[in-house]
Design a protein around this ligand. Structure first.
Ligand code: URA
Length: 495
């Protein structure tokens, strides 16, 4: 008996048919499951409509809906993953398991059953594919006057399994502000800012060629590739070769890996970064009374320069306050200045700053229209040999510094704040914040301002390079949400 389902991922059709077959006592070995994609000319079309499936005319089963036997909730969940697998036998396996669950009560307690193990392996492969798609999709920009910012983002990806429909809502939530199209050989998904749509597969030729942003990305990838941390086997495990041909950065890996030993040696021999003469060692005037409300950045500079409310100030080169226009609608708060910020006297000018800048560029935000500052004014470090290694400020140190940040907020009067990482989040919200679970949402500061929590760009830099692109996209998505509230489309970020 042949049963035809309507599309590769027709779980509703499978359930309806399986119910009837079970009710009619049809044994699994008598059923041949096919999908409309397998019988049509269209090559494996995932995106067929989800209309109910039909049983072959000659099977002659009653069409009334029969109740499904009671099965564990975990089995339903398992089927929802297995149905996405590309193995043509998946429906037969699921029906076989359903039949056995109905006729062999002991099956649900047998952890070593072969059919069950096979289904679990298929579900695992599907989850893996979903995860890799999230990590390895690379959007390219295509001009489109109808899209926000005049740009549509288009990506080409080749999943192993039928996961596009199941995975698209994740991309929709992550990239809500963008118009995007995900092209794959069997099914394409598109988001226009309000509606998620699917259409049959595309060919690779329909995908756009490399854009200018890609060169930017390759340059960045080259610069953050740390030869001293290269673990080739681990890298290939996380980023299997089968995905490389669609990853622009993969073209760099062989040459970067070949140069890794020599570059790591060079890093060891390199001269140390030289801190400039310490301002803090100069004779300091007695601390003047600090006005509660500061009138200008210069006034804040003078006041913070001599701050010894905590021990960090004594070893830093100088205090680093924020910069940006008064009345900037959006204020970004990092942790503390790093090595380069300490030398330059400006926040976010080092490697984390470059990454932050890239995220701003993606959103079309100029640095001079936002205010960028830190929760802590001075660079806390530990000398390791010749290097000044960043040390996280303690809660007490950040708390001692909070009044400077509050004065700065009073001066800027932003509409909303973005906390980059845990230290800034704690300072702005007055409580410990689990950044990964609280990110991408609005919270309210004790002073009543909206605060968006997200990761610190340095956390992205510390990740394995092949996980960074997806993490970067999430970071951009968080910033996009923040921008949308602080400055709705068409309004300026300042004023
Ligand atoms: N990290 C921060 O939190 N702030 C900076 O200014 C630089 C790096």
């Amino acid at each position: 008996m042949r049963v035809q389902l309507d599309g590769e991922v027709d779980i509703a059709g499978f359930r309806a048919q399986a119910r009837q077959l079970l009710a009619a006592g049809v044994r699994p070995e008598l059923v041949q499951w096919t999908t409309s994609a397998q019988t049509s000319d269209l090559f494996a079309q995932d995106c067929a409509s989800q209309a109910p499936a039909v049983i072959d005319a000659h099977c002659g089963l009653p069409q009334a809906v029969a109740p499904l036997p009671r099965v564990p909730a975990a089995f339903i969940e398992l089927c929802e993953s297995v149905v996405l697998h590309s193995d043509p036998q998946r429906f037969a396996l699921m029906y076989q398991l359903l039949w056995r669950l109905a006729h062999e009560p002991g099956l649900r307690h047998d952890p070593l059953d072969e059919d069950m193990l096979r289904a679990q392996q298929m579900a695992k492969a599907v989850r893996h594919d979903i995860h890799k798609m999230r990590a390895f999709v690379r959007f390219r920009e295509v001009p489109d006057d109808a899209a926000p910012g005049g740009v549509r983002h288009v990506a080409w990806f080749e999943p192993m399994h039928h996961i596009v429909q199941a995975n698209a809502p994740w991309f929709m939530r992550r990239f809500t502000q963008m118009n995007w199209v995900l092209l794959t050989p069997r099914c394409c998904a598109a988001w226009d800012g309000s509606k998620l749509t699917f259409r049959p597969g595309a060919s690779r030729e329909e995908a756009p060629a490399a854009d200018a942003g890609e060169q930017h990305w390759l340059t960045y990838y080259r610069s953050i590739f740390n030869p001293a941390r290269l673990k080739l086997a681990m890298m290939q495990k996380e980023m299997p070769r089968k995905y490389w041909h669609n990853l622009p950065e993969a073209s760099l890996i062989s040459s970067l890996a070949a140069q890794a030993m020599a570059r790591a040696g060079g890093m060891i021999d390199e001269a140390p970064t030289q801190p400039v003469r310490k301002v803090s060692r100069l004779a300091r005037p007695a601390r003047p009374a600090i006005p509660l409300i500061i009138e200008s950045p210069d006034e804040l500079k003078q006041a913070t320069q001599n701050c010894r409310d905590c021990p960090i100030g004594a070893t830093a080169t100088q205090a680093v306050n924020g910069d940006g226009p008064q009345r900037a609608k959006l204020m970004f708060v990092g942790e503390q200045p790093g090595d380069q910020e300490d030398l330059a006297g400006r926040a976010f000018v080092g490697p984390a700053g470059h990454l932050f800048q890239r995220a701003l560029e993606r959103l079309g935000i100029r640095r001079d229209e936002i205010f960028v500052t830190n929760a802590v004014r001075h660079f806390k470090f530990e000398l390791r040999g010749k290097r000044r290694i960043h040390k996280t400020p303690t809660q007490a140190e950040a708390a001692a510094c909070l009044h400077w940040l509050e004065r700065e907020i009073q001066w800027v009067q932003p509409h909303a704040l973005v906390a980059l990482g845990a230290t800034a989040s704690r300072s702005l919200l007055g409580r410990s914040v689990a950044v990964m679970s609280e990110r991408g949402r609005w919270h309210t500061s004790p002073g009543g301002l909206p605060v968006m929590v997200t990761v610190h760009p340095s956390a992205l830099l510390r990740m394995d390079p092949h996980l960074q692109p997806a993490a970067f996209e999430q970071f951009v998505a968080d910033l996009a949400l923040a921008t949308a509230l602080a400055s709705p489309p068409g309004l300026h970020l300042v004023g």
